[in-house]
Design a protein around this ligand. Structure first.
Ligand code: 2AM
Ligand code: CA
Ligand code: CA
Ligand code: CA
Length: 263
């Protein structure tokens, strides 16, 4: 039998230790490299944080699989078994330029179903945490189920990239929605944006480009507060494929699909 309480306890401890290492790194000089394009960045701290977490997991749970943005498990082809899905620093550009608005994200899945989600806002020392069936929490204070929101009152997190000309979506689809809602935000960390939807700080988060490590932890939080997450077209998410991502309070999510995206 899997001891989920023990896994949860260890995961929380390791994420907090990793956060302390990141805080200590503020005093050092970062080594910065680019990945797929000049704005797609990675630092030595991203890599070291993933290595730190991987080392802990492998030592205690050698039978678990690990999928991490900075190199672990990119050859995984099945979601069978227990998989730790890790983004060591989500919001690397913010980490480099702002030293805030980034998070460590760890989702733990069994046979493709999210069991534990941890999103640690390292600088604010805010730990978002959810266990399937047991609710979602921020620093151990339970997050209430989301209240029904109307489009007119919605604050939506979206990058201006998706409402100006771009390669992934016709900007005329979402631009009219942006005019109708109460306001937009763009935080630049998918994990934090998921945590903000789950904690009711924003009503929805829409992006055209995410991988499993960006949202794996967020999904567990979102489900525990009754929110919904799909691709931008309302399709189920697939942990093994990159896709668009659309999370929101249930009512707003449905209304946006019906009135803007799939109309
Ligand atoms: P990252 O910082 O871990 O790379 C930025 O808008 C958000 O999108 C971040 O959560 C970022 O994660 C994620 N993202 C996903 N794919 C990206 C890409 N190719 N380039 C930059 N950010 C990306
Ligand atoms: Ca990245
Ligand atoms: Ca990420
Ligand atoms: Ca990252």
């Amino acid at each position: 039998m899997t001891n989920w309480n023990e896994i949860d306890h260890n995961a929380k401890k390791w994420v907090q230790e990793a956060g302390e290492l990141i805080r200590q790194s503020f005093a050092t000089t970062l080594s910065i490299e680019t990945k797929s394009n000049p704005n797609d960045l990675v630092t030595n701290i991203d890599k070291e944080t993933e290595q730190f977490l991987m080392g802990k997991i492998k030592e205690v749970y050698p039978e678990h699989k690990i999928l991490g943005e900075e190199g672990s498990g990119h050859d995984i082809t099945s979601v069978e078994g227990i998989i730790w899905i890790i983004d060591p620093i989500d919001g690397t550009m913010n980490f480099i330029h702002q030293k805030r608005n980034f998070a460590i994200s760890v989702g733990i899945y069994k046979d493709g179903v999210g069991q534990i989600g941890l999103i640690y806002d390292v600088v604010h020392n805010e730990l978002y945490h959810a266990v399937k069936g047991q609710g979602a929490f921020m620093n151990d204070v339970q997050l209430p189920k989301l209240k029904e929101t109307r489009i007119e009152e919605a604050i939506i997190s979206i990058s201006p990239s998706w409402v100006t000309e771009n390669r992934r979506i016709d900007y005329r689809i979402l631009a009219p929605l942006i005019k109708r809602i109460r306001g937009t935000r763009c935080f630049g960390s998918a994990a934090l944006e998921c945590a903000f939807v789950a904690s009711g700080r924003i009503s929805s988060y829409i992006t055209m480009r995410l991988s499993a490590w960006d949202y794996a932890a967020g999904l567990v939080l979102l489900e525990e507060v009754g929110a919904v997450a799909t691709t931008v077209y309302g399709e189920p998410l697939n942990l093994l494929e990159n896709s668009s991502f659309f999370a929101g309070e249930r009512n707003v999510h449905q209304q946006i699909l019906d009135e803007y995206i799939n109309k």
